[in-house]
Design a protein around this ligand. Structure first.
Ligand code: HEM
Length: 386
């Protein structure tokens, strides 16, 4: 029988995977304050690929009492919040710039960046502050084409804009608006420069696509805010998982050919986007015999589907040595993560390198996590000793 998933409750915040497991074993869905949470793999796949559902877009702000103003306009412009023909057009334009070839060409820079950071740490350190955050920021900025001396400032603004996808938009409104103003000014200047002298980065290619100035601004802001915290927290979640399963760290350190499988397994086991992106029914739809009325909210809880024991053998164990069915952390359907290829390359290059560099890595104090009900999940403090 289905239960209630209390996303703000102490049990979920303390151990989200345990709560999800209990509910998932009881039924494929659970009620929440927001709408119906879908917990098992097949049903989550069905929701993600359905044309009858859209992402909430500005409804997410409306639900928090923000109904008009600059934040609503900005939210409307984001790729993940657009729908139908408008989404297809934007996605095609950015897809041409964000090509598989460009990502593969970036692979060696990712490895170089990881080596540089590995050389700079040793003994006792915080994996988040000393590796995951600077790596995620630098990798993304270099891929997009943000000059090195602006990386820190730009990443700070992008992190503030990311608060738009959290549950405290009203409290953070002035901070978000200020950050957006700074980002727009910065992007406009950079776009001008790339128009005059293009380089090999993503922005140089984006300025050649048929996009309006507003669309271009909005895409760059989207990429900066979608590709930083996710990778940072995914790396942190990965290392936290390896600390729980140290024999897997040893296996990976001894066999770099497992890089591809490891990059998928950590994302399945401890995803940076635990809850997935909600959907809203555009019309009445039926999922596994249940009617979901037009306008109702559905939460495809990808972090739960990834541990569905009917699909993944030993689902609650991290195992880099087995080839598994595809996880659903990067979503599905038309909104499938645009940066999944880049995230994969980053994880494939980083994980074997750090497992080789720090073979005896151990935890060194209490790990602090973001609240599990935020859009992104992972450690904010991860003390380790090498
Ligand atoms: C481990 C890292 C990452 C995770 C876990 C992740 C996760 C996600 C998820 C869950 C979605 C929504 C998919 C859906 O609901 O169907 C998404 C969409 C998106 N992601 Fe990622 N992401 C990651 C890295 C990145 C990176 C590095 C970038 C870009 C540099 C990026 C850019 C985007 C964009 C632009 C969208 C919206 C796509 C659309 O609506 O068409 N992501 N991501």
């Amino acid at each position: 029988m289905s239960g209630f998933l209390d996303l703000r409750g102490p049990a979920f915040l303390a151990d989200p995977h345990a709560v999800l497991r209990g509910l998932r074993e009881a039924d494929w869905w659970a009620e929440t304050d927001l709408g119906t949470a879908v917990l098992r793999y097949d049903e989550v796949q069905a929701v993600l690929s359905s044309w009858s559902l859209r992402t909430p877009g500005v409804d997410f702000l409306v639900a928090q009492g923000v109904t008009e103003g600059p934040l609503v306009e900005v939210m409307r412009g984001f790729l993940v919040n657009s729908d139908g023909v408008a989404h297809q057009r934007l996605r095609r334009a950015v897809g041409r710039a964000f090509s598989v070839r460009r990502v593969e060409e970036f692979r060696s820079s990712v490895g170089f960046l990881a080596d540089e950071l590995i050389d700079g740490v040793g003994g006792e350190f915080d994996f988040v502050a000393d590796f995951a955050r600077p790596f995620a920021v630098r990798a993304l900025c270099r891929f997009i084409g943000v000059p090195e001396d602006a990386e820190r400032e730009v990443s700070g603004w992008a992190a503030s804009v990311g608060l738009l996808f959290g549950f405290s938009v009203v409290e953070n409104a002035s901070r978000i608006e200020a950050a957006l103003g700074c980002l727009y000014e910065f992007i406009d200047d950079l776009v001008d420069q790339r128009r005059r002298s293009p380089g090999g980065d993503l922005l140089s290619s984006l300025v050649d696509q048929s996009l309006t100035e507003d669309e271009l601004r909005s895409l760059v802001v989207t990429l900066l805010s979608a590709g930083q915290g996710t990778v940072q927290h995914q790396l942190g979640g990965a290392v936290a998982a390896f600390l729980e399963f140290p024999e897997q760290w040893e296996v990976l350190g001894g066999d770099s050919s497992l890089a591809g499988q490891a990059a998928e397994e950590v994302v399945r086991f401890q995803p940076a986007t635990l809850l997935g992106v909600p959907r809203v029914a555009k019309e009445d739809i039926v999922v596994n015999g249940m009617l979901l009325e037009a306008g109702s909210w559905v939460l495809p809880v990808t972090g739960s589907a990834n541990r569905d024991a009917a699909v993944f053998v030993g689902a609650d164990r991290l195992d880099v040595g087995v080839a598994r069915v595809a996880h659903v952390t990067y979503g599905g359907g038309v909104h499938y993560c645009l940066g999944a290829g880049l995230a994969r390359v980053e994880l494939q290059e980083v994980l074997p390198r750090i497992a080789r560099a720090w073979p005896g890595l151990r935890g060194n104090g209490v790990v602090e996590w973001l609240p599990a009900n935020e859009a992104v999940y992972g450690p904010v403090l991860l003390p380790v000793v090498q």
